[in-house]
Design a protein around this ligand. Structure first.
Ligand code: FE2
Ligand code: FE2
Ligand code: FE2
Length: 182
């Protein structure tokens, strides 16, 4: 793998790993604040970020070694509304800056595996940003989010409310690969 693509994937792996943990912490805070569905949304999206981190990690299976990894990551435990704001900003950074820049380098370098893993992530992050925006509106109105079962694809992290699709619209994985957060 080319050096710049590997550097970018390591950074994305770090960012996804920290998002995974951050969302679990913010899920616990949402439980404390009385927003059970927002808490469940955080848990579902946390698992989608784990899928993204795992995909990046697997793409670098032949790039072993120890590295200092620099990643953008939000810190702090605020109110659930503030945590949702942090989550939205993190997702938007990935959608608008981080992944498009990393994808451009991967395309320049012909790194097909990295392009796929980045495509899977950015497709899910767009959904995450929208779901978090909806959650923030509910919380800012003093209510929990209305939320049915949340389905997450274990191959690409695609996230959807309701029934799992027959086939994942992003990666084509069958329904059996989805995990439900109900
Ligand atoms: Fe992600
Ligand atoms: Fe995300
Ligand atoms: Fe998928």
């Amino acid at each position: 793998m080319h050096t710049m693509t590997a550097t970018n994937l390591r950074s994305a792996y770090g960012g996804e790993s920290m998002a995974h943990m951050r969302y679990l912490r913010w899920s616990d805070k949402a439980v404390e604040d009385g927003f059970a569905n927002v808490a469940r949304l955080f848990r579902a999206v946390s698992w989608a970020e784990q899928v993204h981190a795992t995909n990046h990690f697997n793409e670098m299976r032949n790039e072993g070694g120890d590295f200092v990894v620099t990643s953008m990551a939000g810190f702090g435990v605020g109110t659930t509304s503030e945590n949702l704001e942090g989550a939205i900003n993190g997702e938007l950074f990935e959608i608008n800056e981080m992944y498009p820049a990393y994808r451009a380098v991967a395309e320049l370098q012909g790194e097909k595996g990295a392009i796929r893993s980045i495509h899977y992530a950015i497709s899910a992050e767009k959904i995450h940003a929208a779901m978090y925006q909806e959650a923030k509106q509910a919380v800012d109105g003093g209510k929990d989010l209305e939320l049915g079962p949340v389905q997450v694809c274990g191959v690409c992290g695609y996230t959807a409310e309701g029934e799992a699709p027959e086939k994942c619209p992003v990666c084509g994985a069958p329904r059996s690969r989805f995990r439900v957060f109900a």
